[in-house]
Design a protein around this ligand. Structure first.
Ligand code: FPP
Ligand code: MG
Length: 336
């Protein structure tokens, strides 16, 4: 199993400095807002998006013959800014997502809405978004900020599209791929390309990193959706959350695509009961497991992982390229 610490190693000092950068920009006045911010910022998770920004900035900077000494890199302010913006947009989106999904936990800890009610959590998400935008504008790095900021609208489109399909229970493979692109892969893609933009890499590199991030992001979300069906996962979320939220994700789509019309009706009927009936959840979990839905979804995920690895393999060997390749393997193997 690939270790995330090994992936972080070539940019470890930058990541430490990045944490300080975030802290300096995300303090607040007022007891409740400070409490909510501290809680949310201290349970931010793996920080994959900042890792991606820093590794792609290093990779594309090296590819363009900038002075380079592995392990002695000094990240530019633009790279920290890009990392901070994508991380905080992600954080704000999850605060809102937990309100929308009425989710009580996030990464094994109480969600902001569980701690302080939805009405405060909505404002907290808005506040993080507002502070992120303000930091971006104050930096006057308008090219970088505008590169990143378009992803907010895409995230919103993804969330609403998902909601529409879970209401209608009509998610096809194509719908699913559009949803996961918009809600997850778009921001990971922007993270990877923003790394390149932050070091003023040529347009071709920015495009390659955009494609890399998109493929990695698709793989990341498919693995997330497989883990939701996996009872041994350590995601900090209860298993089968997606079924309870009536979300049709790839493991179930793989099964729906192969079953008879009668079996399909039976599965969709059970899915409509999942929000309130644990037996319906167990039924669909059993069918998906026994029909190989997770294994088939993992095959689709692997095609995205292969694509991402292929894109970075065109760059010269370096600790940054190795870390990005390992990150692809990590995304596919992770159980949390
Ligand atoms: C998690 O999905 C949700 C997202 C990745 C995107 C959420 C986006 C919004 C709420 C739009 C608002 C955006 C901003 C910037 C304020 P999930 O519910 O499938 O994942 P989970 O299981 O981790 O909750
Ligand atoms: Mg959710």
């Amino acid at each position: 199993m690939i270790n995330l610490d090994a992936i972080r190693a070539p940019i470890a000092s930058d990541l430490e400095a990045f944490e300080e950068f975030v802290k300096s920009r995300f303090s607040s006045e007022g007891k409740l807002m400070s409490e909510m911010l501290t809680h949310t910022l201290s349970s931010r998770g793996k920080g994959l998006r900042p890792i991606i920004v820093m590794l792609t900035s290093a990779l594309t900077s090296a590819a363009n013959n900038r002075t380079w000494v592995a392990g002695e890199r000094n990240c530019s302010m633009r790279t920290y800014l890009a990392a901070m913006m994508v991380e905080m947009l992600h954080t704000a989106s999850l605060v809102h997502d937990d309100v929308i999904d009425q989710s009580d936990t996030r990464r094994g800890r109480p969600s902001a809405n569980a701690m302080w009610q939805s009405r405060n959590a909505v404002v907290l998400g808005d506040y993080i978004l507002a502070r992120t935008m303000a930091s971006g504008m104050e930096s006057a790095q308008y090219d970088l900020v505008s590169h990143i900021i378009g992803s907010v609208a895409t995230l919103c489109e993804g969330e609403v599209l998902q909601s529409q399909h879970s209401r209608d229970m009509d998610t096809t493979r194509q719908d699913y791929l559009e949803i996961i692109y918009k809600k997850t892969a778009s921001l990971i893609s922007v993270s990877a390309s923003a790394g390149a933009v932050s070091v003023i890499a040529p347009r071709g590199d920015v495009e390659q990193m955009r494609r890399f991030g998109e493929a990695l992001g698709m793989a990341f979300q498919i693995q997330d959706d497989i883990l939701d069906y996996s009872r041994s996962a350590h995601t900090g979320k209860p298993a089968n959350n997606d079924l309870r939220e009536r979300k049709i994700t790839l493991p179930l789509i793989e099964v729906l695509e192969r079953c008879t019309p009668a079996e399909r009706l039976q599965l969709l009927d059970r899915l409509s009961q999942c929000a309130t009936d644990p037996a319906a959840v167990d039924y669909i979990q059993g069918v998906v497991e026994n029909s190989g839905g997770m294994v088939m979804a993992a095959r689709t995920m692997q095609t995205y992982v292969d694509r991402a690895i292929e894109i970075v393999s065109h760059y010269d060997d370096s600790p940054y390229r190795t870390a990005l390749v390992n990150l692809c393997a990590y995304v596919a193997e992770r159980d949390r």
